[in-house]
Design a protein around this ligand. Structure first.
Ligand code: MLC
Ligand code: AMP
Length: 503
C-alpha cells in the first residue's frame, strides 16, 4: 500500500537526523523531527473528522509548522489549501465557501474576524500561530509521533491552489499527487539537486514557487532549506554564505543588485540562482552576471501546471527566454483554435504533460475554456519558440498584472472600485514599477455631477482587497477610451500611465 507523494517527500525521511530546516534564529530542525511533527498534526486533522478528499484551508505565517500542515495533509489524504496571509477576511470568506473546506487553520489574531465566516460555511476553525503555539499545536503535542499513512494513488488530489480569473472570481486549481511529484522529479534532475544542497528559501509557501518548486525539490533530494519568514534583504545577505542555491522572483534579484554588499565574493560559492513567476528583464540578467559572474537560470510556470519550461543547467541560459520545455512537458505556440504556428511566430502557449492540473474545482465551464479535450492547457501567455526550441514569453493574452510575483486580475479590482459611491465605472491596468516589475493603476470615472473622495475609496478598497492588489496610483477621468465595439482600450491607458512609477 502506498501514498506516492507522502512516501517520496516525507516518509522517506522518517527518523533521519539530517538537517531539513535552518531557522532564522540559527537553530535547526531535522528531517526526522519534521516528519514526527507532521504525524502529530495528522492525528489532530483525522480526530477533527476530516477524511481523504476533504479540504483543509490554511492562512498562517510561514513557519516549520505551516509546512508540516502540508505534510500532514499528504499523510491523511486531505487536500491542502494554502491561502495568502495578505488576504482579508472577505477574501477568505469566498475561498471557504467555494472550497467547502471542513477545517481552517488561522493565526490567533485573525480568529475574531474569521469565526463567524467559518461558522457560516460549516468549517471548524483552529489556531496555529507562526511561532508554533495555538490550540491546534496544543492538541498535536498530546498526539503520537507516528501516524498510519493513508493510501493514495497518483491521480488523487493533493492540493487546491486558488488563482484569480479574468472574471474576477478565483478558481481552485486541482492538483494531483502526480502533478506535484512528476514536476519535482523533473526539476530536481534538471537543476541537479542533491542531499548536499542548501536552498535559501525566502519565498512565501502559499504559492507554487515557494511551496512546490522550492520545497518539493528540496524534500525529494534530501536538501536543506534556509527557511526565512520573508524576503528581508539583510537576512538574505547574512545567510547567503550558508547556501548553495537560491530561488526567487525577479524583485529578489533587483533588490539584491541595489545593495553593494551583494558581490562576487558573497556569491562565489553558490552553484545556482533560479528566477521565475514574472519576467526577468534582460538587463537584470546581464547586471547580475556582471556583478557576480553567475547567469541566473530563468524558468516558466503557472499555478495550474507547475513548471513547464526551463533554461538549461548546462548550456546557454539565455536572457529574455524561459528556455525549453522540460522533459515530459509538451509546449506549442498556437492560434486561437489551438493549431500550432510555425516556429518564430507569436501565439498563445499551450502545454501538456503529467504536470498539468485536473481542472478548476466545481467550474466545469471554466475548465473546458482553458483545458482542451486532448489535454493541452491554454496558458493565456503569448510566446514564440525559436528553431532551437527556446521559448520566449512576449506578453499576456490575459488581462493580468504581476506585481512582485503576485498575480492581480484587474477585473477583481475594478469590481471593488465600481462598488464605491459616486463611481460610474473604472479601469485597472499595470504600469512598469522599478521594484515590483509592474504595479496597479486605477482610472475612475465619476457619476455625472459626483465628486470622488479618493481617500474614502482607498479606505473602502483596503477593507476588501489584500494590500498587494490595491492600486498605487489613482486617476480620475471623464470617460474611458473605447474602441468602436465599446470595449475599453486598456492599451491606451497602459501607454498613458506607463511612467507613473518610473518617473
Ligand atoms: C508586498 N506588498 C506588495 C507586494 N508584496 N505590493 C505589491 N506587490 C507585492 N508583491 C506590499 C506590502 O503589503 C507593503 O504595503 C508594501 O507592499 C511594501 O512592502 P515590502 O516590505 O516592500 O514588501 P515585501 O514584504 O518585501 O514583499 C515584496 C516581495 C513579496 C516581492 C518580497 O511580495 C514576495 O515575496 N513575492 C513573491 C511572490 C511569489 O512567491 N510568487 C510566486 C507565485 S507562483 P504597505 O502598504 O505596508 O507599504 C507563480 C508560478 C511560478 O507565479 O511560475 O512561479
Ligand atoms: P500564477 O497564476 O501565479 O501561477 O502565475 C503564472 C503566470 O506567471 C504565468 O502565466 C506567466 O504569465 C507568469 N510567469 C511565470 N514565470 C514567468 C517567467 N519566467 N517569465 C514571464 N512570465 C512568467
Amino acid at each position: 500500500m502506498a501514498n506516492p507523494l507522502y512516501d517520496a517527500l516525507f516518509g522517506a525521511h522518517a527518523g533521519k537526523d539530517t538537517v531539513f530546516l535552518h531557522l532564522p534564529d540559527g537553530g535547526t530542525l531535522t528531517h526526522g523531527a519534521f516528519v514526527a511533527m507532521a504525524a502529530q498534526f495528522a492525528h489532530v486533522i483525522a480526530d477533527a473528522g476530516l477524511e481523504p478528499g476533504d479540504r483543509l484551508a490554511v492562512q498562517i505565517e510561514k513557519s516549520p509548522q505551516a509546512l508540516a500542515v502540508y505534510a500532514a495533509c499528504a499523510q491523511t489524504g486531505v487536500i491542502f489549501l494554502p491561502l495568502n496571509t495578505a488576504y482579508t477576511a472577505s477574501e477568505v470568506d469566498y475561498f471557504l465557501g467555494n472550497s467547502g473546506a471542513k477545517l481552517m487553520l488561522c493565526d490567533g489574531a485573525m480568529r475574531p474576524a474569521l469565526a463567524e465566516i467559518a461558522d457560516r460555511h460549516g468549517a471548524a476553525l483552529m489556531v496555529l500561530n507562526g511561532d508554533g503555539t495555538g490550540g491546534f499545536a496544543q492538541r498535536a503535542a498530546l498526539s503520537p509521533e507516528v501516524f498510519e499513512t493513508v493510501d493514495r494513488t497518483p491521480g488523487d488530489m493533493a492540493a487546491f491552489l486558488y488563482t484569480s480569473g479574468t472574471t474576477g472570481r478565483s478558481k481552485g486549481a486541482m492538483l494531483t499527487q502526480e502533478n506535484l511529484l512528476s514536476n519535482a522529479h523533473v526539476l530536481a534532475e534538471a537543476w541537479r539537486f542533491t542531499g548536499d544542497d542548501v536552498l535559501l528559501h525566502a519565498l512565501p509557501i502559499f504559492h507554487t514557487h515557494g511551496l512546490f518548486v522550492a520545497t518539493n525539490i528540496a524534500l525529494l533530494s534530501g536538501a536543506a532549506l534556509i527557511f526565512l519568514p520573508k524576503f528581508d534583504l539583510d537576512q538574505v545577505i547574512a545567510r547567503l554564505p550558508e547556501a548553495t542555491t537560491m530561488m526567487g522572483v525577479p524583485t529578489f534579484y533587483t533588490r539584491l543588485l541595489e545593495d553593494a554588499r551583494f558581490d562576487q565574493a558573497l556569491t562565489r560559492h553558490m552553484r545556482l540562482f533560479v528566477s521565475g513567476s514574472a519576467p526577468l528583464l534582460s538587463e537584470t540578467h546581464r547586471a547580475f552576471e556582471d556583478r557576480t559572474g553567475h547567469r541566473i537560470l530563468e524558468r516558466y510556470g503557472m499555478t495550474e501546471t507547475n513548471m513547464n519550461c526551463s533554461n538549461p543547467y548546462e548550456g546557454d541560459r539565455r536572457a529574455g527566454t524561459v528556455g525549453m520545455p522540460l522533459p515530459g512537458v509538451e509546449a506549442k505556440v498556437c492560434d486561437a483554435e489551438g493549431a500550432e504556428l510555425p516556429r518564430g511566430e507569436i501565439g498563445t502557449l499551450e502545454v501538456r504533460g503529467p504536470n498539468v492540473f485536473k481542472g478548476y474545482w466545481q467550474m466545469p465551464e471554466k475548465t473546458a475554456e482553458e483545458l482542451r479535450a486532448d489535454g493541452f492547457f491554454i496558458t493565456g501567455d503569448l510566446a514564440k519558440q525559436g528553431e532551437d526550441g527556446y521559448v520566449t514569453i512576449v506578453g499576456r493574452g490575459k488581462d493580468l498584472i504581476i506585481s512582485g510575483g503576485y498575480n492581480i486580475y484587474p477585473k477583481e479590482v475594478e469590481l471593488a472600485l465600481d462598488d464605491q459611491p459616486g463611481v460610474q465605472e473604472s479601469a485597472v491596468v499595470g504600469a512598469p514599477h522599478p521594484d515590483f516589475g509592474e504595479s496597479v493603476v486605477a482610472v475612475i470615472v465619476p457619476e455625472p455631477g459626483a465628486q470622488i473622495d479618493l481617500d474614502a475609496v482607498k479606505a473602502q478598497v483596503a477593507e476588501g482587497l489584500a494590500r498587494f492588489k490595491q492600486p498605487r496610483h489613482y486617476a480620475v477621468a471623464e470617460a474611458l477610451p473605447r474602441n468602436t465595439m465599446g470595449k475599453v482600450q486598456k492599451n491606451v491607458l497602459r501607454e498613458e500611465f506607463k511612467s507613473v512609477f518610473v518617473g
